[in-house]
Design a binder for this molecule. Structure first.
Ligand code: ADP
Ligand code: MG
Length: 307
């Protein structure tokens, strides 16, 4: 096995996306875990000088702790490919596919993975596009995270404001049937499922505030699902990872409806990584502590290159 202590590791964090603040928290947690493990790590806040800084620091391996645009969408992955620096998480294609929610839906549909009925709307065709999904529905930017720009719409009066909100974050918007059920996070270790987390926001909507304010959401892990429902989530998890070319430790967001069907919302290639985030929580339940999780994630980057 490769000795990670001989490698100079960069934790890439921050960046310029709408999720910059969350990325800084994720990055700090990961960086501190690496120091506790005695690794030779450096924390880098990503800006447009990133290529030069990676080369000047003679980086051997990058842990990508970025969320959102440029960090999660294949951009930084492409740069690292050009520089021949191994990195954690999905590759260029997997990152791009998973970050674009419309491309994700098309791919999941092709592979027969359960996902809610949807419609894609382009900004330049907004005027001529009719709503095809019945209320209640969900409107979200195709490429965004952390529930930013997402609205649940129950009736006609909410439709145009929801489109306005979502188009603030990009030129493509996804409209999806509202799925009633239990929101779950399916953390993955390669193509195996970690214990599932049932997410119960006290307000009913898992928005930015519910995600990042302590006490606003209840997390149940292992989730209170039947053995059959867990089996279905495991099957879906494996198929999503394959369909979207994910690697390492991604996290799938899904809603299990009253028939026990897990409808997949999205796959996060770089899930939040503070000690209380969903993926570390699931890993801990599986007996994998935060520091060891960070080490395992690093090894998946290495194995992809040298294994
Ligand atoms: N089709 C849907 N039905 C019900 N709730 C949804 C649906 N889509 C999204 N949501 C809610 O909005 C949240 C954010 O949606 P998600 O697709 O995970 O985008 P992101 O987390 O990238 O912002 C979900 O955690 C869920 O609470
Ligand atoms: Mg989500």
């Amino acid at each position: 096995m490769i000795d990670l202590k001989t490698k100079k590791i960069a934790v890439l964090m921050g960046g310029l996306s709408a999720e910059r603040e969350i990325s800084l928290v994720t990055g700090k947690s990961v960086f501190e875990a690496m120091l506790r493990k005695g690794l030779n790590a450096v924390a880098i806040d990503v800006d447009r000088n990133i290529a030069r800084r990676l080369l000047e620091n003679e980086i051997d391996l990058a842990f990508i702790a970025l969320h959102g645009t440029f960090g999660e969408d294949g951009s930084i992955q492409g740069l690292l490919e050009c520089l021949k620096i191994p990195y954690t998480g999905a590759g260029v294609l997997g990152s791009a596919l998973a970050y674009d929610k419309i491309a994700t839906k098309e791919t999941l549909k092709y592979h027969g993975v359960p996902t809610a009925d949807y419609q894609a709307i382009a900004k330049k065709k907004r005027g001529e596009t009719r709503r095809e999904i019945d209320f209640p529905l969900v409107v979200k930017p195709s490429a965004q995270g952390s529930t930013i720009g997402v609205s649940i719409v129950g009736r006609e009066s909410g439709w145009e404001p929801a489109l306005d909100a979502a188009f603030q974050y990009g030129d493509e918007v996804l409209v999806e049937r509202f799925v009633e059920g239990r929101l779950v996070a399916i953390g993955m270790r390669g193509d195996r499922c970690l214990p599932i987390v049932h997410i119960r926001p006290k307000s009913g909507f898992y928005d930015y505030e519910a995600k990042y304010t302590p006490g606003k959401t209840e997390y149940i892990c292992p989730a209170d699902l039947s053995a059959e429902e867990i089996g279905r989530c495991e099957d879906v998890g494996k198929r999503v990872v394959q369909a979207l070319r994910a690697r390492g430790f991604p996290r799938i967001d899904a809603i299990v409806d009253k028939e026990g069907v897990p409808y997949v919302l999205e796959l996060n290639t770089i899930p939040g990584m503070t000690p209380t985030s969903l993926l570390p929580r699931a890993a801990r339940q599986a007996g994998l502590g935060f520091e060891d999780l960070v080490m395992e994630i690093l090894r998946t980057a290495q194995l992809d290159r040298e294994g």
